[in-house]
Write a new protein. Structure first.
Length: 348
């Protein structure tokens, strides 16, 4: 074979290999900095956070940024060159696909779970903010999850507040479970529920429990729900999901219902899950969110304490404040406003 022929064959093989690398998907998901949203601002459809129902509200100064991560869609894939590029890019990464999209789940299940996480984060943010300001919040029984194949499917929904069962008031989960345990397999129960602020009734017929067929089962996991007087709604793009906006939502609500200037006119970003008692939990994509916050003009970033170790060698001009609770976050911002920056705990 002549040298020219060898060169041609080698070029063809190289081109074929390059094409194979570009076209063959790898089991990774690209994580990049996503959009930022000022939760004290407005979207085309209205305020990001709207508060009504008799609770006084006050004007806010500055901007409070919710940060997001842009991830490869569940129905899409990336190639090896793409994975290497995002892994090497500042504030981006490639993570194993099975971590972000657990195997064995449909696209619909993944999206539904992420949406439910966002719904829960909003509820918990409301509760944490109201409790911090001393606004009464009652704990009540609610629907936590519903089996897709159980008798309550499409009748009871996650988030439904349970007020009565067969016209019998229930004030907590123990009372609710006791009423159900007193029924027999095949009995039909009438639930009086509160959904999206509207009261309605739903009937569900029990089936045999999978572990003990003599016990009635509804295919429902009960959870603690919350009731409060104000009406608080969120105007966020439905594509933004997950639990990590809890802290920033709570701060946005708190800033609106308290007098004074919590942000001091600054641009502040925050991330972290939150529970009803104000505990702040770690989230994924902290490096991507820091990068996104800096691009969005933030000066300060409130970081869950347990995420400080995940920042690594990422370079940023932001002041990274570590917080373990909602009170920590409020206290840190107040110290900055007072000029006591040396007392503010930071990552690093």
């Amino acid at each position: 074979m002549s040298r020219n022929a060898v060169a041609i064959v080698s070029s063809l093989l190289f081109a074929a290999l390059a094409a194979l690398l570009v076209l063959t998907p790898v089991p990774y998901v690209a994580w990049r900095p996503g959009q930022t949203v000022d939760v004290l601002g407005n979207t085309d459809s209205g305020p990001v956070i709207e508060i009504s129902g008799g609770l006084p509200t006050y004007p806010s100064e500055g901007r409070l940024l919710m940060t997001t991560v842009s991830a490869t869609r569940v129905e899409s894939t990336i190639s090896l060159p793409e994975a290497l590029y995002v892994h090497m890019a500042t504030g981006s990464d490639a993570i194993p696909r099975e971590i972000y999209y657990p195997p064995g789940k449909t696209i619909e299940q993944v999206r539904a779970e992420a949406t439910l996480q966002m719904d829960n984060s909003r509820t918990l943010a409301i509760v944490a903010a109201l409790r911090a300001e001393g606004v009464p919040v009652a704990e009540v029984p609610s629907v936590g999850a519903v089996s897709l194949t159980g008798p309550a499917a499409e009748k009871l929904l996650p988030g439904d507040i349970i007020r009565q069962v067969d016209n019998q008031p229930v004030e907590n989960i123990d009372e609710l479970e006791n009423v159900i345990a007193g029924r027999s397999v095949g009995d039909t129960l009438t639930f009086t529920i509160l959904r999206d602020g509207q009261q309605r009734t739903e009937t569900v017929t029990t089936k045999p429990n999978a572990t003990n067929p003599r016990l009635p089962d509804l295919g429902v996991r009960w959870a603690i729900g919350y009731q409060y007087s104000p009406t608080i709604t969120f105007g966020i793009d439905a594509a933004v999901t997950g639990p990590s906006a809890g802290l920033v939502f709570a701060l946005g609500i708190y800033d609106r219902i308290t007098e004074g200037d919590l942000l001091g006119g600054r641009v502040v970003a925050a991330t972290g899950s939150i529970d009803a008692n104000g505990r702040v939990g770690p989230i994924g994509g902290i490096r991507e969110k820091i990068t996104g916050a800096q691009r969005g003009g933030a000066e300060i970033f409130l970081v869950p304490e347990r995420n400080c170790q995940d920042i690594g060698d990422l370079r940023t001009d932001l002041t990274l404040i570590k917080v373990a609770t909602f009170k920590d976050a409020v206290a840190a911002l107040q110290l900055i406003n007072e000029g006591n920056t040396a007392e503010v705990p930071t990552c690093g």
